[in-house]
Design a protein around this ligand. Structure first.
Ligand SMILES: [Zn+2]
Length: 286
């Protein structure tokens, strides 16, 4: 078993097994992770053509897009007001909803996205010179996009990467002095995690790491970030969207409850409401 990404402790405690994958917690800093990590083949199957089905994009693209944009507006609202043309890079930009909000706020937004489907959508929205299909560590990244950004965002991203320390160190490198990093990720110290235990809805095979505020703050400072602040993440969701999520990611107790919600009158089901879903928002200075 490999040493901890955050504190280098070799001591791990087994937590539970899910779909033949072992989830463990670091004995030093409490970082939770899957060990050993799923193979490339396993992850490729998860990230296949249907990955975005959980968003319900095929059914109702406008509604889902509007919910995502409200959440991203909340995230960007925690950052300093941008001067016009401020360069922003969104890592794991998916189909570019955050980038659309950023452009509206006056940023010059760029997207980094692994999936060709997502990268294609971003190219259509912002132009091919504003998207890079690949990873931050690729040798060709700097020549494809501007080398330096004032803001880097990672929403639901850092828990997916194989090497978060290396990824955050690269983000620090691509951020100019005084630039800002914003991260949203599941919070293993959240009330929803304590309430749901091993049935916590964020425990998925494609989520390789589960941080809490303490160990994420420590990792950010280790790679050179300062002034790390945490906020609860308020997501805009509808009861319809939540119901759809629990169909795609079934949960013994919550799926029947979510189905019942979907039988409520349409105006109630489609009203955007603020929810905390056990995720944190971290903002740090470079
Ligand atoms: Zn640790």
């Amino acid at each position: 078993m490999s040493a901890c990404e955050v504190c280098a402790s070799p001591v791990t405690r087994p937590m539970f097994e899910k779909l033949a994958h072992q989830f463990v917690r670091c004995g030093g800093c409490g970082l939770e992770r899957i060990s050993p990590q799923p193979s490339n083949e396993t992850l490729a199957k998860i990230y296949g053509a249907h990955y975005y089905d959980a968003w319900g994009l095929h059914d109702n693209e406008d509604t889902v897009g509007n919910l995502k944009k409200r959440t991203f507006a909340y995230v960007l609202g925690k950052l300093p007001d941008p001067a016009p043309g401020t360069k922003l890079l969104d890592c794991g930009a998916a189909t570019g909803f955050l980038l659309e909000v950023a452009r509206r706020l006056g940023y010059d937004p760029y997207g980094l996205e692994l999936s060709e489907f997502g990268a294609g959508e971003i190219a259509r929205k912002l132009g091919p010179d504003h998207v890079y299909c690949g990873e931050l560590s690729d040798a060709s990244f700097a020549s494809a996009l501007p080398g330096e950004f004032r803001v880097i965002t990672m929403c639901d991203y850092i828990e997916h990467v194989r090497d978060p320390r290396h990824t955050l160190a690269l983000a620090r490198r691509w951020l100019g002095q005084g630039g800002t990093l914003a991260i949203t990720t599941p919070d293993a110290g959240s009330p929803s995690r304590r309430l749901l235990g091993t049935g916590w809805t964020h425990y998925k095979i494609e989520h390789l790491y589960y941080f809490n505020k303490r160990n994420l703050g420590r990792l950010l400072e280790d790679v050179g970030f300062t002034q790390v602040r945490f906020f609860p993440l308020w997501k805009s969701l509808t009861l319809d969207y939540i119901g759809h999520q629990f169909e795609v990611y079934p949960h013994g107790a919550l799926t029947p409850f979510a189905r019942a919600l979907r039988r409520l009158p349409q105006p109630v089901r489609t009203l955007p409401l603020p929810f905390t879903t056990g995720e944190l928002l971290a903002v740090a200075r470079a």
